[in-house]
Write a protein that binds this ligand. Sequence first.
Ligand SMILES: Cc1cc2nc3c(=O)[nH]c(=O)nc-3n(C[C@H](O)[C@H](O)[C@H](O)COP(=O)(O)OP(=O)(O)OC[C@H]3O[C@@H](n4cnc5c(N)ncnc54)[C@H](O)[C@@H]3O)c2cc1C
Length: 416
Amino acid sequence: MRDMKYSIFSLIRNAFSYHQGWQQAWRSPDPKSFYEVIIVGGGGHGLATAYYLAKECHIRNIAVLEKGWLGGGNTGRNTTIVRSNYLWDASAALYDHAVNLWHSLSQELNYNVMFSPRGLLHLAHSVHDLQEIGRRGNSNFLNGIDAEYLSPEQVKKMVPFINLNCRYPVLGALLQRRGGTARHDAVAWGYARAADALGVDIIQNCEVTGFDIENATVKGVRTSRGDIRANKVGCVVAGHCSVLAEMAGFRLPIESFPLQALVSEPVKPIIDCVVMSNGVHAYISQSDKGELVIGASSDAYNSYSQRGSFNIIEDTVGAIVELYPLFSRMRMLRQWGGIVDVTVDRSPIISKTPIANLYFNCGWGTGGFKATPGSGHVFAHSIAGQDMHPIAAPFSIDRFSTGALVDEGAAAAVAH
Ligand SMILES: Cc1cc2nc3c(=O)[nH]c(=O)nc-3n(C[C@H](O)[C@H](O)[C@H](O)COP(=O)(O)OP(=O)(O)OC[C@H]3O[C@@H](n4cnc5c(N)ncnc54)[C@H](O)[C@@H]3O)c2cc1C
């Protein structure tokens, strides 16, 4: 097990041995035949769940099974936007719980996740948009979440090169100063390293291919590396949650779509906040390397292909150039896609299932990165206890039959 704390002193000590003495960040163990809890999916949410299960719920016999490599799913493919200015009370509680954890996450994990609360703007381009941000801002206020209304002039002050008078003029904006970005890979690696240090077995290249179910109770999983028994199983597989649910014999109200993003060539610092526009569908921030990080929209068809169609990229770049003509001659460096798991109310599912001791955490769609610490935290306590964590309770799968939806369509639709 790892025992080397990252610090200025360990950096200096290792410099004397030409940095040859660093331990592996996490082990690569073979699967055991039994675990107390198995987490399926080695993305940020799965790894965070395993970490909090070990750290706060004191369960030590835990495995994370990942079919590919850690963070190779949406965790390593997203545009890293973090915010909590959602409309409904249930969402505000969940996402703000996460934002509060983000603030001390680097210290908690002894790993720099590069959380950068640089401020996040939601632009309004129509009267309807203004009403939406007004309603949401007021609701945020009531939930103790910071929200500021900005006039077009104030927007221009924050982003001097924005074109306020484009085809859909900028009429105002909602600002959350505590919103921002974090380094996506570091979140997966930080949780993996910290979970491993607490004894969690992280097993990559291990695909779950089925469940052992007796009397409507899960008894274990079948994997590409053999069968493994477990008392409890938590599935956190994002775009593939419907596939896993089918293996367990039930259906989820989820559709999976490709969602794309792209980055430009690196340039000197030019934009020090995140700017999002649902109206023309463009959002942008700048990475520490200098690349413009640009989010596109999802394709209109279902797919598991992890690549999207060209018209989406073309529309996105068109929208960026309209809002920021300055960027018209920048070259795009690379583009990619991820498979997002979208529910009808654009809110996640954190829930028990019709199979006893089998839990699902999914449906984060286009916007789950920001929730990673909070999601892992409440899911771990839900798996360890008898009842779901109070923050997770409204996100039960039952809401699709009772009608108690948490409809974040306007605040979360494709806006990350
Ligand atoms: C282009 C893009 C941009 C985005 N931008 C943002 C943003 O700016 N802000 C934001 O908050 N969110 C954003 N998101 C959404 C966010 O990335 C996801 O909601 C979040 O990362 C989901 O994390 P996860 O750990 O649940 O899933 P993942 O990171 O996808 O992890 C799931 C893991 O399960 C594994 N798996 C699947 N099937 C099996 C199996 N049978 N056996 C074992 N393992 C399996 C996969 O290999 C994968 O590694 C974006 C997503 C995309 C694609």
